[in-house]
Design a protein around this ligand. Sequence first.
Ligand SMILES: *Cc1c(COP(=O)(O)O)cnc(C)c1O
Length: 370
Amino acid sequence: MKRDIPFFPYPQMFLAHEAELSQVVLDVLRRGAYILQRDLLEFEADLARYLGVKHAIGVADGTMGLLLGLMAAGIEAGDEVLVPSHTFVASAAAVHFAGATPVLVDCGRDHLMDPASAERAMTPRTRAIMPVHLNGRCTAMEPLLALAQREGLLIVEDACQALGARYQGRFAGTFGAFGAFSFYPAKTLGAFGDAGALVTDDDALAERVRLLRDHGRGPDGQVQLWGFNARLDNVQAAVLKFKLARYDQDVQRRREIAAQYHQRLKEVPGLLLPPGPEEDPRHFDVYQNYEIEAERRDALRAHLEAHGVRTILQWGGHTIHQFAKLGLRAEVPYTERMTGRFLMLPLHTALSDDDVAYICDRIVAFYAAS
Ligand SMILES: *Cc1c(COP(=O)(O)O)cnc(C)c1O
């Protein structure tokens, strides 16, 4: 029987916990607690505890987390920041609006920054490296940390897709000067609108970010620098606090689904899968996305669509170096080739085991027939 499997079922985010989430939101509304209130402070404390960091600061969205972090870390005009080309344009936009220049770097088979390419992209102006922990997997950090140490560079982490991901036991977003997280609805921890956070162990950096997110105002109301309105609103913070308390169960379910995909698809010729959840004990992946590479990708997509399975090409199918109007040229052969092959299969907590089996059956049948 044909199924109808959306790529991401937005209404389910609410409906799966409708009664409790209604209470959470109503409680905030009844208190009239909208901006910089108790729920935000509690969510920040819970997030800091979850990640084992000194400071978690709620901000308007992940992009503002990156921008305020870069500004607070002192990135400025004339600086270059190494960014993978396979990322959301927001990673590079944050560098641009900090006044610096994003320099694009290739990725490897795991779709994360290739350290050899990062090293080749270095110039005397390079100030920072921005690993992007894409698809819920933390970048293998040793080579980048070694490069940063040798060259005196900052590590600034785009962990927008990687809340809870770990490498060698350490959380994504906690390796460098700061990490930025996004709680966009479709992220593994999703708000009911835009939301984000920045985490750091650096007291001075945290202090600057707190100023920058609230018009440069200190606790006494004195304006200490030019700032933004980039606060995380309190209703979203209350929702996120509720969801963070249940987050490990969601991650567990995501890893189960990834294991099922891996088991069923690993022998299929023509596919390159993301690493399975048990494949490498150094990594703990949260599977924000299940991004494969597929031969005859567009035909496979059409086949799945005809059977009711919606898939997506990340970033609409183009990585940053391909947006000609941004004028960022780059030597990124793996990324270039991959954009003709990459494809994201549905992976979310409302997916049943039967749904996963159905999707796998359709993929197996597609390649068996060709
Ligand atoms: C989602 C995302 C962002 C931006 O987050 P927003 O909350 O949408 O601003 C940045 N980088 C990556 C890799 C993302 O996936």
